[in-house]
Design a protein around this ligand. Structure first.
Ligand SMILES: [Zn+2]
Length: 351
């Protein structure tokens, strides 16, 4: 198949955006382009960072999907029914966020889990902050709704004709333009405007962490930036409050496990096994740093880094909207997300 120059440009920006952990973590985020009635969207569970190494784009029939959205057809939930199979030889599934892209009328859409945006979008006054910083840019703040049909409905209710930017509460950012180049400029502009001062975190106590890991299924992460969420006590307090965005829940579980002063990795393992609870991929030791489960998935590792990056950007005085118990449960019980988790465990996203 001959690809257009714009399609090629989209693959380039996808790989670039996907390689920036401040914009995209693991299989999160997605890009799309609308050409001749087909919406080409990143496949579910694959990493944008791989956009130049393998086939990551899935063709979806745009008008039938939009019609189904109008009818509130549950088939929009996964958008799988709208894939043009004869143009999809690899059998990829479309992103669970396909409807976000379909609802924006512009040709090119870039959706990212930009940490600067998330740090704003988790605050109870996130809409007001966005309004002030994005003055002059046609944007809409969409309060949190579960990705899939609920988010699509929330967007459809608020979209205006010229809306080019969606700030998604407790989630991230979508920008849209008629060309890849303009979408890239808009993305840079918006994330720059939402940039805030990051709190510097004290260094991790690696010796103490090594002792805390002894005989356990946990070890020190290779990336020392992960520790900031625990060594900075303000970030640790924020993380202790619960889950702030969907991919955290999907890849790290509900909330965070914070060790009490007398706990070690082994004692946490024992307590949780006794209670019949699963073991968390990440343990936070306040003031010391973090330990990660040996064999932690690449997706979970990326989300651990994201947690450090997001919490460091949330002001200590910020009032936060955490995901409710029901919102956590709905994410963990959701079929479409189970597919993504399965791909993550299988390590298909690693290559
Ligand atoms: Zn998203």
């Amino acid at each position: 198949m001959m690809r257009s120059l714009e399609f090629e440009a989209l693959l380039d920006i996808s790989a670039r955006v996907g390689a920036d952990p401040l914009l995209v973590q693991g299989a999160g985020g997605n890009t799309s382009i609308k050409e001749l009635g087909t919406l080409w969207i990143k496949a579910s569970g694959l990493w944008l960072a791989q956009a130049r190494q393998r086939d990551v784009m899935v063709p979806v029939a745009l008008d039938p999907l939009l019609d189904a959205l109008d009818r509130n057809d549950p088939a929009c939930e996964k958008a799988q029914d709208f894939v043009i199979s004869e143009m999809n030889p690899s059998g990829l599934r479309p992103s669970i966020e396909t409807t976000v892209h379909a609802l924006m009328p512009q040709k090119v859409v870039i959706h990212v889990h930009c940490v600067e945006t998330i740090a704003t979008a988790v605050q109870t006054n996130g809409a007001a902050i966005a309004a002030e910083r994005l003055a002059g840019i046609s944007h809409v703040f969409v309060p949190y709704a579960r990705p899939g049909l609920p988010l699509a409905r929330a967007i459809a209710e608020r979209m205006q004709e010229k809306t080019a930017v969606l700030v998604l509460g407790n989630h991230g950012l979508a920008v849209a333009a008629e060309t890849v180049a303009d979408a890239a400029i808009l993305l840079t502009d918006v994330s720059r405007r939402l940039t805030v001062q990051r709190r510097a975190a004290p260094a991790a106590d690696l010796a103490a962490l090594s002792r805390l890991a002894v005989n356990s299924g946990y070890s020190l992460p290779d990336d020392i930036r992960l520790h900031a969420v625990a060594t900075d006590l303000e970030s640790c307090r924020i993380a202790a409050g619960g889950s702030l965005y969907p991919d955290h829940v999907i890849f790290l579980g509900k909330g965070c496990v914070i060790a009490a002063p007398d706990e070690t990795a082994v004692s946490i393992e024992t307590t949780r096994r006794d209670r019949g609870e699963s073991l968390p991929p990440l343990l936070l030791f306040p003031g010391k740093g973090v330990l990660v489960e040996k064999g932690i998935s690449a997706g979970a590792l990326a989300m651990a880094r994201c947690l450090a990056d997001v919490t460091a950007r949330i002001p200590a005085s910020g009032r936060l909207r955490y995901l409710s118990d029901a919102e956590n449960a709905e994410l963990l019980g959701w079929d479409a997300e189970k597919y993504r988790q399965k791909l993550n465990r299988a390590g298909q996203a690693l290559q």
